[in-house]
Design a protein around this ligand. Structure first.
Ligand code: FES
Length: 178
């Protein structure tokens, strides 16, 4: 049997394969996915999340993150996304409210506790409360009202007392129970 001749493949522009340079950028992880930001390194993380990744759960509160609406977990700690430029995020892991639920869609116990206690009004502040609450429960598994009142979050709909109950319900392991 005659040997099979290897076909010469086209090279150069005829190959149809374009060489792509790897652009420099800031590599980070958001909700377990890997991204490279190649834009302005001074862009606040909040705009990157909302305008580039279309993760709109994290909200604008004010220019200094004073009311907690823009909190995300940055390497596990609650941090204001408006005050964090992309330049500071190389190698960091960000978790937004969209990343709190498990991969199978089951809610984080604190999300469930917010539903149980009806701790949601218009919802604008809720993502920030959830992130702050997750961080608080990590630092202090059984927080009291004073601990919760020290969080930077504000609710213009007057949900603070229900938020307190929700955080304490999650701490007690009673999310999803009557
Ligand atoms: S639920 Fe409306 S601002 Fe808190």
């Amino acid at each position: 049997m005659a040997p099979v001749q290897a076909q010469a493949l086209p090279t150069g522009p005829e190959s149809g394969i374009a060489a792509e340079k790897v652009r420099d950028g800031i590599e980070l992880e958001v909700n377990g996915e890997h991204y490279r930001h190649t834009g302005d390194p001074q862009m606040p993380l909040l705009w990157y999340l909302r305008d580039v990744l279309r993760l709109t759960g994290t909200k604008y509160g004010d220019e200094h993150g004073g009311n907690g609406a823009d909190l995300v977990l940055l390497d596990g700690k609650a941090s204001p996304a408006i005050d964090t430029p992309m330049a500071k995020l190389a190698g960091k892991a960000v978790v937004t409210v969209e990343g709190l639920a498990a991969a199978d869609g089951s809610l984080h116990p604190l999300q469930q506790a917010f539903i149980d206690e009806d701790a949601i009004g218009c919802g604008y502040c809720t993502p920030g409360w959830l992130i702050a609450g997750v961080d608080l429960l990590r630092r202090k598994p059984h927080p009291d009202d004073g601990d919760i009142d020290q969080l930077p979050n504000l609710c213009r709909c007057g949900c603070q007392s229900r938020v307190r109950r929700a955080i304490k319900r999650a701490a007690a392991g009673k999310a999803g129970q009557p």
